[in-house]
Ligand binder design. Structure first.
Ligand code: URA
Length: 209
């Protein structure tokens, strides 16, 4: 049960998150602002027990200003439902908040410009579990928390407890939902990742609030 102090802090975090979203919406720190239609800062409540992090918005996300609303988004929504997670109860964002033209990989300078926003979001959302989806978001998280790793496959579907602003949170890397749009044979692996995640969230009491 949450105390009135927790609720007050929750309201403040949400307001701060909305202010941060306005700041992100006006960002001109890298050249991606020249080609974007909308900034996609992310969506979800604060606090939220679980935070999902993708790579960068695609065409549909750029059009609508919302994360994971295109093909990868439909897959993510189905995976969340299968894992017993309500999409509107988790925070969903990406490392880079503006669409790279033609969906190319984000450049190093674009990542450096955007990364501070992500970590400010984490500070306000205060998740207990962070789920980086795919090798790109995973490597950003592993670098930040100085967790040595040799490859995405060596850390995928494992739990990494870290300390952030005085709290412990757990990083659980999984495949990016778009993996099956490129390689349909990975569907079983992706579903296994979300079954594993369901088990982690049940064990840590993160999906019964
Ligand atoms: N892929 C991402 O990584 N983020 C989105 O918002 C959409 C697709």
């Amino acid at each position: 049960m949450s105390s009135s102090n927790d609720r007050k802090r929750g309201n403040t975090d949400l307001e701060d998150l909305e202010r941060l979203a306005e700041e992100i919406a006006g960002c001109t720190h890298c050249d991606l602002h020249l080609s974007r239609t909308h900034v996609v800062s992310g969506e979800g409540p604060a606090p939220a027990a679980v935070m999902f992090i993708g790579e960068a918005p695609g065409k549909k996300e750029d059009e609508l200003g919302r994360p994971f609303v295109g093909r990868a988004g439909s897959i993510l929504t189905a995976l969340l439902a299968g894992a017993g997670i309500q999409r509107d109860q988790v925070f969903i964002t990406s490392v880079v908040k503006c669409r790279p033209p033609g969906n190319r990989d984000p450049k190093r300078e674009e990542i450096s410009a955007c990364k501070p926003f992500l970590f400010r979001q984490i500070g306000l959302v205060r998740p207990r579990v962070i789920v980086p989806m795919g090798r790109f978001a995973t490597s950003v998280m592993m670098d930040f928390f100085e967790i040595p790793f040799t490859s995405f496959s060596s850390v995928r579907r494992r739990e990494f407890p870290v300390s952030f602003q005085g709290s412990t949170l757990c990083i659980v890397p999984v495949y990016h939902p778009a993996v099956i749009t490129h390689n349909p044979t990975r569907r079983g692996d992706l579903e296994d990742d979300f079954s594993y995640l369901k088990e982690v969230l049940q064990r840590t009491g993160c999906n019964d609030e």
